[in-house]
Write a new protein. Sequence first.
Length: 116
Amino acid sequence: MQNTRIYTTSFASVYPHYIQKAEKKGRTKSEVDEIIFWLTGYDEKSFQEILDNKTDFKTFFEQAPKINPNVSLIKGVICGYRVEDIEDELMRNIRYLDKLIDELAKGKKMEKILRE
């Protein structure tokens, strides 16, 4: 999987698409944010700085306060790849986020999405 262009894409440029995908299915921006905070350990203030600074995906994940230890519970296919089989850690984290947003858009309950 050689999709390294996403690494240099600003998170702020993709974030509205996550929100749009969720809202189309009756979910909310705050649920998208909750997923992002759960996955990365960012809080509202530090996340807003990421958006304001147009931080790229690589830096977004490298500087994440704490990737949730339960990410290993995220399984399934996203973009044609099994997330648990993606070897590149950065791409795996990006696809974890994609998978969680997909689950939100498909109507899964937050407790299930957040692996509680």
